[in-house]
Ligand binder design. Structure first.
Ligand SMILES: *[C@@H]1O[C@H](CO)[C@@H](O)[C@H](O)[C@H]1NC(C)=O
Ligand SMILES: *[C@@H]1O[C@H](CO)[C@@H](O)[C@H](O)[C@H]1NC(C)=O
Length: 479
């Protein structure tokens, strides 16, 4: 009787204790990142050992639902769903603290859904539900230039695969403003969501930038495309050709084939021209960068030396400008004074590097460069390096010459407004630049200055009929 009462008391005690037990899990859905490990929490409170209990994890709303089973002190996963094989475990040491959480390794998109944690004792059982969302970042968006549009635009396609949840696809301009585009096409497979979105873009500026952005709640990915204005131009032209050529070919297969070939070749040529232009552009850029460095590092202040100027030359008071006057001034004929329309700078250079600029705007003729100090200043001699002159010249408004030992005719794309002169004494280099376009005009290389001083040299040339009256002006070098 006593034993019975004791047993009854013990039983009711256990019962009442079990009645107080509860399972707990996470309050909000869990967000997992594909590829990472995840712990699905599930624990008994107040904490009671679950070592002797059955812990079952299973999926809701799927056929093959067993995720993990712990029973009779061991894992019993014979009936586990295939997709969870080798990826699940319970924490054996934690079980004695009532912690029945599940570890799920290498989370996949297909793991998304609802899970039940069921803990079962002979006298008690409870269950909770855990909701899992798997966030997957898809592939980096790829932009394809699909075709040219008849309206003068270019059709672009942005594509990306493997997202979860479905991302938003946006087309943006360089300022980040959204551009109108076609509807997003979405496709779902085991990898997640695949998305595509097309847009037609137009020529807005010299270098058009467009962005395709894929956006999730917490993530974003972007790809940029830059379309040079020339690509639009090229296309307009190519479209023009193919359209007109093919119009003629309507109804005549042979001609149609010719037309087709012609168009292809045209497009190929365009590609070749573009490559060439790109290379030219890069070369120009290199020259320009070099040139700007020279300006910055080696600029010197040059002023004209009145004691060397031909008597008909008029120099400004600050020694920065020279032009040819109508009359000869009465000046002493010193050994340094030129007998032809020339003047040199006060500054001389016998080592290192130096750079200065001369404005030639409005002139039809000029000669500029550097000269050796011991040149013949009294008689007219050819202005060649051999005679100590390293100069370039303009004649007859548009003929540019480099006065090398055999004169070199220069073909310049634009009229030069300002000439930059750079000298590297040790290298034996005298270079001329078009300052406005930062482009190279001509260089004398591997010259020998025979250890003599070099002087900046200026000749405004003759002023026939007042056409060449504009002055040569030494300007301050600015970046
Ligand atoms: C029960 O949990 C508390 C805190 O959660 C802990 O301090 C205690 O050690 C646990 N008891 C057992 C028996 O594991
Ligand atoms: C259960 O065990 C896991 C693994 O050690 C741990 O991350 C988790 O915090 C534990 N939960 C509780 C409620 O103790």
């Amino acid at each position: 009787m006593f034993l019975f009462v004791t047993l009854l008391m013990l039983f009711s005690f256990m019962e009442s204790q079990s009645e107080h037990l509860n399972l707990f899990g996470p309050e909000a859905p869990l967000v997992a990142v594909a590829g990472e490990d995840l712990v699905l929490p599930c624990f008994i409170r107040p904490n009671t050992s679950a070592v002797d209990m059955t812990v079952e994890w299973f999926r809701l709303y799927v056929d093959d639902s067993l995720v993990h089973l712990y029973k009779d002190h061991e894992d019993r996963n014979e009936k586990q769903a295939q997709s969870y094989r080798g990826r699940t475990s319970v924490f054996k040491e934690e079980l004695q603290k009532g912690n029945a959480s599940l570890k799920l390794s290498a989370v996949q998109v297909s793991d998304e859904g609802e899970y039940k944690c069921l803990v079962d004792d002979k006298s008690w059982s409870d269950d909770i539900t855990v909701h899992i969302t798997v966030e997957v970042l898809g592939s980096h968006p790829v932009i394809t230039m699909e075709s040219y549009d008849n309206s003068g635009g270019i059709n672009l396609l942005c594509e990306s695969r493997g997202w979860n949840p479905e991302p938003e696809v946006l087309w943006l301009d360089r300022e980040g403003a959204t551009l109108p585009a076609e509807d997003t096409q979405t496709h779902r497979d085991t990898e997640g969501f695949s998305v595509k979105r097309r847009i037609t873009v137009y020529d807005y500026s010299d270098s058009n930038r467009f962005y395709c952005r894929l956006q999730q709640k917490h993530h974003m990915m972007e790809t940029e495309i830059i379309i040079n204005s020339k690509v639009f131009d090229t296309w307009k032209w190519a479209v023009g050709i193919s359209v007109s050529a093919c119009l003629i070919a309507v109804g005549l297969i042979v001609t149609a084939v010719v037309c087709y070939k012609k168009e292809l070749r045209q497009v190929k040529q365009n590609a070749e021209q573009q490559r060439q232009r790109r290379e030219d552009g890069q070369q120009k850029l290199r020259v320009a960068v070099e040139f700007k460095k020279k300006k910055k590092l080696f600029a010197v202040d040059v002023t004209l030396d009145p004691d060397t100027a031909h008597p008909a030359l008029i120099l400004s008071d600050d020694g920065k400008q020279v032009t040819l006057g109508d009359t000869r001034q009465d000046l002493p004929d010193t050994p340094l004074r030129f007998h032809f329309a020339s003047v040199v700078g006060k500054q001389s250079f016998s080592s290192g590097r130096f750079y200065y600029e001369v404005q030639v705007s409005g002139k039809t003729e000029w000669t500029l460069g550097v000269v050796r100090e011991n040149i013949n200043r009294k008689e007219w001699i050819p202005r060649t390096p051999q005679n100590g002159f390293w100069t370039v010249a303009l004649r007859n408004e548009n003929q540019y010459w480099a006065n090398a030992d055999a004169a070199v005719s220069l073909t310049l794309r634009e009229k030069v407004e300002k000439v930059g002169v750079f000298v590297d004494y040790e290298e034996g280099l005298v270079s001329f630049y078009d300052v406005e376009s930062s482009s190279h005009i001509y260089s004398f290389t591997d010259q020998s200055f025979t250890k003599k001083k070099l002087y900046p040299y200026f000749s405004p040339r003759y002023n026939e009929h007042g056409k060449n009256s504009a002055p040569l002006i030494i300007t301050a070098v600015t970046e």
